[in-house]
Ligand binder design. Structure first.
Ligand SMILES: C[C@@](CO)(OP(=O)(O)O)[C@H](O)COP(=O)(O)OP(=O)(O)OC[C@H]1O[C@@H](n2ccc(N)nc2=O)[C@H](O)[C@@H]1O
Ligand SMILES: Nc1ncnc2c1ncn2[C@@H]1O[C@H](COP(=O)(O)OP(=O)(O)O)[C@@H](O)[C@H]1O
Length: 280
C-alpha cells in the first residue's frame, strides 16, 4: 500500500475587504492571506479495495462524503478515470469552523498528495481549478505562498516580501458558519481600485493593513471576540484581528516569548483554545 503523510497548515487573513455580492451568491474579495505552522496531519494511502474512506474522529467533522477531503479525492479520481481505493486519515489540530481554513487546507493537501501518489502530473494551476469548485479558499493552499487573493479568493498574486511574525491564535470554542456570516453582512460601498501594498518590510507595515469586513458581523453575535482582541493587546500584541469569518482572533507579537506568555496566560485564565504559532 503506497502512503503519504502530509501537513496541512492553517491561515489567517491579515486583510479581508468585501467588494461586492456576485450574481452566483458569492462575494468578490480582496484579501491578504498568510499560512502559519498550526497543521492537521493528512495521511493518504492507496488501497486495492475500491472506494474512498475518510477517518477523522474530530467533533464537528464528518467522516464520509461530507468531508471536503473526501470530495477532493472523488474529484481527482473522476478526472483521472481511476477506481483506485483511497484511505484518508486526518488528525485535526486546527480548530473547526474557526476562520482558519482547516477544511480547505485538508482538501488542498489531498489534491496535491493524490496527484503525486497516482502520478497524474497535474499542474498546480489545474489543481487550483479543481480546488475552487470545492471551496473558495482551496486554491490559496495549493499556491503555497503569502498572497493577495482576489475574485472569490482564487485569483492569487504572491507577496514576495513579508517578514515572518509570531502569532497568538485564540479561539473561544464556538463554531461559526462562513455562509451565515456572508449572509448577515451589510455591504458598504467599497472602492475596488485601491491597490493593496505588495511589499511589507516590517511588522508595522503588516499592522498598518490589518482589517476584516466580516468582523463586525461575527462580533455582534459573539462579543467575546472584542474581549479577546483587547486582552491580546494588553498582553503585548502590536496588532489583533479576527481571522476570516471567525471567531478565531490572532495577535501579532514581536517576540516569541511574548506570544508564548500571552497564550499561557489566556489558556490558564479563560479555557479558550490558545496556541503560539510562527508564520510560514
Ligand atoms: C471567509 C474566508 C476568508 O478566507 O475564510 P473562512 O472564514 O471560511 O476560513 C473565505 O472567504 C471562505 O472561503 P471557504 O470557506 O473556502 O468558502 P466556501 O466553502 O467556498 O463557501 C462557503 C460559503 O461562504 C460564502 N462565500 C464564500 C467565499 C466568497 N468569496 N464569498 C462568499 O459569499 C458562500 O455563501 C458560500 O456558500
Ligand atoms: N476536513 C475537514 N476539516 C474541517 N471541517 C470540515 C472538513 N470537512 C468538512 N468540514 C466541514 O466544514 C465546515 C467548515 O470547517 P473549517 O474549514 O474548519 O472552517 P472555516 O471555513 O471557518 O475555515 C465545518 O463545519 C465542518 O463540518
Amino acid at each position: 500500500m503506497r502512503t503519504l503523510t502530509l501537513q496541512a497548515p492553517a491561515k489567517v487573513n491579515y486583510r479581508l475587504d468585501v467588494l461586492r455580492r456576485r450574481p452566483d451568491g458569492y462575494h468578490d474579495l480582496r484579501m491578504i492571506m498568510q499560512r502559519f505552522d498550526l497543521c492537521d496531519d493528512v495521511r493518504i494511502a492507496l488501497s486495492d479495495i475500491p472506494g474512498i474512506r475518510v477517518t477523522c474522529g474530530s467533533e464537528g467533522v464528518p467522516d464520509g462524503p461530507e468531508n471536503i477531503a473526501w470530495r477532493a479525492a472523488d474529484a481527482l479520481l473522476s478526472l483521472a478515470g481511476r477506481e483506485t481505493g483511497v484511505e484518508i486519515t486526518i488528525t485535526k489540530r486546527i480548530p473547526v469552523a474557526a476562520g482558519l481554513g482547516g477544511g480547505s487546507s485538508d482538501c488542498a493537501t489531498v489534491l496535491m498528495g493524490l496527484n503525486q501518489l497516482l502520478g497524474l502530473g497535474l499542474s498546480d494551476a489545474r489543481l487550483m481549478e479543481i480546488g475552487v469548485k470545492l471551496g473558495a479558499d482551496v486554491p490559496f493552499f495549493i499556491f503555497g505562498k503569502t498572497a493577495l487573493a482576489e475574485g472569490i479568493g482564487e485569483q492569487l498574486t504572491a507577496i514576495e516580501q513579508i517578514p515572518p511574525v509570531w502569532l497568538a491564535i485564540v479561539n473561544p470554542n464556538v463554531p461559526v458558519s462562513t455562509a451565515w456570516v456572508y449572509q448577515n453582512l451589510q455591504l458598504t460601498n467599497r472602492s475596488d481600485d485601491f491597490k493593496m501594498p505588495r511589499l511589507y518590510s516590517s511588522i508595522a507595515d503588516i499592522c498598518a493593513i490589518l482589517g476584516n469586513d466580516l468582523e463586525a458581523v461575527t462580533v455582534k453575535r459573539y462579543p467575546v471576540i472584542s474581549e479577546i482582541k483587547e486582552r491580546l493587546r494588553s498582553l503585548g500584541a502590536v496588532g489583533a484581528l479576527m481571522s476570516g469569518s471567525g471567531p478565531t482572533v490572532f495577535g501579532i507579537f514581536e517576540k516569541e516569548e511574548e506570544a508564548r506568555q500571552a497564550v499561557a496566560d489566556l489558556a490558564r485564565e479563560t479555557g479558550w483554545f490558545a496556541v503560539a504559532a510562527r508564520t510560514l
